[in-house]
Design a binder for this molecule. Structure first.
Ligand SMILES: *Cc1c(COP(=O)(O)O)cnc(C)c1O
Length: 381
């Protein structure tokens, strides 16, 4: 066989980013953690929520860094996410917010602590824990105080404690609930009602059980807006990743993720020519587009198409024209001086993901967690 010809070296200097990449800045994570901690009493414990690949970033890198900063707890949504952390060597306790009976054995095998939120789930967990000869296995009892998503009812306290007192297999490590509108100050009265409902549930629970489990209620916006409701522990997700759900708080936080790409090709479009699938965009005059290697399979929803969403090229805003493709977008660069290989910023600490999300009537949480596993992660230390 003929040896393959070697690829000639490129003449031009390396562009800043030559493929689509999600940079994750651990320095910013430390900063956000410190800011959130500064809002707490010294004894209040900190649970870091790392569900959904640590809000679309990188579960293991984030959890390892937070473990080095001495967080008290982690939470994930599903057992599988907790198993990933244990397999990566994470030793900190992990609360599984939405465990499912089918995974209870795996949960115990990996020392993951379930949230128990209904009589069915509680009973099933007792059965599995008993079958595996567990004594005082740590569990977290969740009450519904108004979100109406998961949780025992306020009126269930007596029955729940009866079930818990009848078994040696479980130990209630904490009692918790979740706020429905902690970021929305026009719902302050509702949130205060949730706080007082939670307090009365906790009092009754403690009285009936004869000991005090840890209590926790606040997510990021709860921490920032309701200092009176921090109880023994808080559960922060979005704040760690750099978003405070308000302009005031965003100033103190730094987005940890930079989503970057590169211009693959430039097209000069004549008047009345169309761009992209279904010919959704029609040029009015002589225009110029850039094709970027990121599409709806990477997390840029089709809702960002047709000039709703945008990217930044050489610090100028370039709207997405036409429909978002699976693997690419085309953006309008008619008035931008740019060329193939130039860097493209989808979001970073100055061009915030929360603003891009707003252009498609959604929120930072959704655009961050949408960045698919196809996008390469690069950890900045
Ligand atoms: C996701 C989640 C959190 C974290 O909320 P943030 O707003 O991201 O801080 C806390 N508690 C529960 C129960 C959650 O599901």
């Amino acid at each position: 066989m003929m040896p393959r010809k070697s690829i000639p070296k490129t003449e031009s200097p390396m562009p800043k980013s030559n493929e689509t990449i999600l940079e994750i800045n651990l320095g910013a994570l430390s900063k956000n953690f410190k800011y959130l901690k500064s809002k707490l009493e010294p004894n209040t414990k900190f649970l870091a929520v790392v569900k959904a690949f640590a809000y679309g970033s990188d579960t293991v890198a984030i959890a390892k860094h937070l473990e080095s900063l001495d967080v008290d707890y982690f939470a994930v949504a599903y057992a599988k996410e907790g198993i990933l952390l244990r397999e990566a060597g994470i030793k900190t306790p992990i609360l599984v917010l939405h465990p499912q009976p089918v995974n209870f054995k795996a949960l115990i095998d990996h020392c993951l602590e379930p949230s128990l939120y209904s009589f069915n789930v509680l009973q099933k967990f007792i059965e599995v824990a008993t079958e595996y000869a567990q004594k005082e296995y740590p569990v977290h009892i969740k009450f519904n105080t108004g979100l109406n998503r998961l949780g025992f009812n306020v009126s269930d306290v007596q029955s729940v404690t009866n079930v818990l007192k009848a078994t040696q297999a479980l130990k209630t490590k904490s009692v918790f609930s979740h706020l429905a509108a902690s970021e929305d100050l026009s719902e302050k009265a509702f949130t205060q009602q949730q706080i007082s409902t939670f307090t009365s549930i906790a009092d009754k629970f403690e009285m009936l059980m004869g000991f005090k489990p840890w209590l926790h209620l606040c997510n990021t916006s709860g921490v920032l807006n309701y200092p009176e409701a921090h109880f023994d522990m808080v559960r922060c997700g979005i704040g760690l990743y750099g978003f405070g759900n308000s302009a005031k708080e965003d100033k103190h936080l730094e987005p940890i993720a930079n989503l970057k790409s590169v211009i693959s090709q430039i097209h000069n479009i004549s008047p009345n020519e169309t761009v992209g699938y279904n010919r959704a965009y029609r040029a009015k005059g002589h225009e110029k587009t850039a094709t970027i290697p990121i599409g709806h399979a990477d997390g840029i929803s089709r809702l960002y198409g047709n000039k709703k969403g945008y990217v930044f090229i050489n610090d100028q805003k370039a709207p997405i024209v036409g429909n978002v493709c699976m693997d690419m977008i085309m953006v309008d660069v008619t008035n931008i001086d740019c060329k193939e290989g130039d860097e493209v910023i989808i979001f970073d600490k100055t061009h915030k993901a929360s603003l891009l999300a707003e252009s498609a009537q959604t929120i930072s949480y959704e655009i961050l967690t949408a960045v698919s596993q196809r996008v390469k992660r690069k950890i900045l230390t």
